[in-house]
Design a protein around this ligand. Structure first.
Ligand code: VGL
Ligand code: ZN
Length: 204
């Protein structure tokens, strides 16, 4: 059984949003076209409390892009984004939500960031997505969304770790690209652990 995992297709990651991913809007039609071809569709939702410690605003004198240590991990600081209950945290209005089986919120613990849709960055807490997929007999996942070099990447890497056959839908992703080459390096890191790279038209 295969599943489509839609990663963080939220207003704040689209142009005009707090953490806009360049060209991010281009992935919405890809998601809408793929959705009806999957029996199981799930979405992750970056869902932070207003005082989340990944926000630069929580650290006087720091700015987005600075690196700090948080909960024993290196943490990139971000602008305030995807705050629970705000418009920025909502899914893109043009995104079709028909047939979604479930939404998995992540990043809800203020002390630790959660790029992956499966686990927080310290791999201490789980969103339940892995168990949920296993309970439904899912053994193959197609991952797409925002952003290639953060949440998409870590979701795909964890999927591989969990023993799922994992595909990246390349045209369904865009990256933040804080440093030039981040997207290319993210794709290389995914490929290196066995993630297959496909375009949406080639999804069987
Ligand atoms: C993301 C940075 C911070 C993402 C989420 O969805 O890729 N990136 N929070
Ligand atoms: Zn976030």
């Amino acid at each position: 059984m295969r599943a489509l995992i839609l990663v963080d297709l939220q207003n704040d990651f689209l142009p005009g949003g707090a953490l806009a991913v360049p060209d991010g809007r281009r992935v919405i039609p890809v998601a809408n076209a793929l959705l009806p071809r999957f029996d199981v569709v799930v979405a992750t939702q970056d869902w932070h409390p207003p005082d989340h410690l990944s926000f630069a605003a929580q650290h006087p004198g720091r700015a987005p892009g600075d690196l700090i240590e948080l909960d024993g991990l290196t943490q990139n600081l971000w602008p305030v984004h995807c705050v629970q209950g705000t418009r920025g945290a909502e899914f893109a209005p043009s995104l079709c939500q028909d047939g979604w089986a479930r939404v998995f919120p992540k990043g809800t613990d203020r002390r630790v960031d959660s790029y992956s849709g499966f686990f927080d960055n310290g791999h201490r807490g789980s969103t339940g997505l892995g168990d949920w997929l296993r309970a439904r007999g899912v053994d193959e996942v197609f991952v797409m969304g925002l952003a290639t070099d953060y949440c998409v990447k870590f979701t795909a890497l964890d999927a591989v770790d969990l023993g799922l056959k994992t595909w990246l839908v390349a045209d369904g992703c865009r990256g933040v690209e804080l440093a030039e080459g981040d997207v290319e390096r993210a794709i290389a890191a995914m490929r290196a652990v066995g993630v297959g790279i496909v375009n949406s038209v080639d999804v069987p």
